[in-house]
Design a protein around this ligand. Structure first.
Ligand SMILES: Nc1ncnc2c1ncn2[C@@H]1O[C@H](COP(=O)(O)OP(=O)(O)OP(=O)(O)O)[C@@H](O)[C@H]1O
Ligand SMILES: [Mg+2]
Length: 229
């Protein structure tokens, strides 16, 4: 087998905590986690509320740094990269979908999807073309000029998925992407994720509580007490 696209080596994460008597202690959320992900894999991460799933996903996405251990992308240690290089890396290689869409309220659906492409220096015309193509694929092209507040929850989430994909990332990281959707919209988003995997060979890493969604993944990982269960 080739090398993993993403590797975690003994990753730990702790937070400083101040107790009622003002004594300091540490809250150890992740304890020496190893994790290899290969190109094109679809992995889902499960675990009880507070188990550290979002913390882990943020570390995987280089949005947060581990307290100990290493995060390697194609054998490059991300701890050695500057914040600016990490931002460029995320823009180019990673797509993020969160439980709450995080669309920018003052921009239209189309503009929201265009933003990552514009940030990367693409021309207005090129960014618009790609963004429209994705909105079409996701079935929300006719809502392109709506602001987020003028979209339904399912539509907002589909626009957020389009935004995550506009840079044609190698890896899609999603945190409860269907958490706020009804069954029909949830199934549409699930279907789209697997279609994109087939179509673009995208690697999926998805946190979900949805057993139905989880059952579609060939690889399921469960976090418990800071370890893989
Ligand atoms: N910035 C922070 N400072 C202190 N503690 C934190 C911080 N962020 C998270 N935690 C704690 O770390 C633990 C893990 O949080 P995390 O958000 O990763 O859980 P989760 O598995 O995603 O839960 P959920 O399923 O409810 O989203 C929680 O107990 C939380 O209170
Ligand atoms: Mg979470």
């Amino acid at each position: 087998m080739s090398d993993p696209i993403l590797r975690l080596e003994k990753v730990s994460k702790s937070y400083d905590r101040v107790g009622p008597e003002h004594q300091a202690s540490k809250l150890q959320v992740l304890k020496s986690i190893d994790f290899d992900v290969y190109s094109g894999e679809a992995v889902c991460i499960l675990g009880a509320s507070g188990a550290g799933k979002s913390t882990l996903l943020h570390i995987l996405g280089t949005l947060d740094r581990p307290t100990e251990g290493r995060v390697l992308y194609n054998e490059t240690d991300m701890a050695k990269e500057s914040d600016e290089r990490l931002a460029r890396f995320r823009n180019k290689e990673l797509g993020f979908v969160f439980q709450f869409h995080h669309l920018l309220s003052e921009f239209s659906a189309l503009e929201n999807v265009m933003l990552p492409a514009r940030f990367a220096g693409q021309s207005e015309a090129q960014a618009r073309e790609r963004a429209l193509e994705l909105l079409q694929l996701l079935g929300v092209a006719d809502r392109r000029d709506h602001f987020p507040s003028e979209l339904s929850g399912g539509e907002q989430q589909r626009v957020a998925v389009a935004r995550a994909l506009v840079q044609r990332p190698k890896i899609l990281l999603a945190d409860e992407p269907t958490g706020n959707l009804d069954t029909k919209n949830s199934e549409q988003i699930q279907e789209l994720f697997f279609q994109f995997r087939l179509k673009f060979g995208i690697t999926l890493i998805v946190v979900t509580h949805d057993i139905n969604f989880a059952s579609r993944f060939p690889r399921r990982m469960v976090l418990k007490d800071g370890h893989w269960n």
